[in-house]
Design a protein around this ligand. Structure first.
Ligand SMILES: [Zn+2]
Length: 201
């Protein structure tokens, strides 16, 4: 029976360690691939929202008063909900200042809205990005003026002050739908008062 033996404890531990190492190497890759796929879906949704806004403007000659007002121009109301948004667009609408409605949540649309609508930000008006109230005009930077944003690709939880302040610890990318309908990226660390289209990626 010489030469026949099972695996030693040391060999078993080595195999377990190698499997654990491979798993540790693979799971972040799976997570990254998943986040990349979600980002792609979100970009596609923002483009659809941009197209819907263009159609709305052709019909009414002005921008919609809020984002989900373009609901009739999209095939599915779920395009307003980012796949990475843990609250699925159902954020409480909070407006203590009177004119700085942040996210629509499910205020107008029961299925929820994940995206911000820049023309309604108090800070965007204060900085002259948009005129105060419809028809808003073309915006400070014309076709490059930010129209809507998705913060869910860096944010872990909802923060109604996303655009009025630099958020402590913010790191990552914000997806931005511009007035032209293109979707760009901008750093979450950048405070609104420092924004200009040169910061787009
Ligand atoms: Zn998103």
């Amino acid at each position: 029976m010489k030469g026949q033996r099972g695996f030693s404890v040391g060999e078993c531990l080595s195999v377990v360690a190698i499997i654990a190492l491979l798993a540790a190497l693979m799971f972040p890759a799976v997570g990254l691939a998943r986040r990349a796929a979600q980002r792609t879906v979100c970009i596609s949704q923002l483009r659809q929202v941009g197209l819907a806004i263009r159609l709305y403007r052709e019909d009414y000659q002005e921008l919609p008063p809020y984002l989900s007002a373009v609901r009739i121009y999209v095939s599915d109301p779920r395009v307003f909900v980012c796949p990475t948004d843990p609250l699925e667009g159902k954020h409480a609408v909070q407006d203590t200042l009177g004119d700085s409605l942040r996210l629509e949540g499910n205020f107008y649309l029961p299925t929820g809205v994940s995206y911000t609508y820049v023309p309604n930000w108090g800070i965007a008006r204060m900085l002259g990005w948009w005129q105060p109230g419809p028809p808003y005009g073309e915006g400070k930077w014309g076709e490059l003026t930010p129209l809507s944003e998705c913060h869910w690709h860096w944010a872990r939880y909802f923060n109604p002050r996303w655009q009025t302040d630099r958020i402590t610890g913010a790191r990552g990318w914000v997806l931005v739908l511009t007035l032209s309908g293109a979707v760009r990226r901008v750093r979450a660390e950048l405070p609104p008062e420092a924004f200009s289209p040169e910061h787009y990626y």
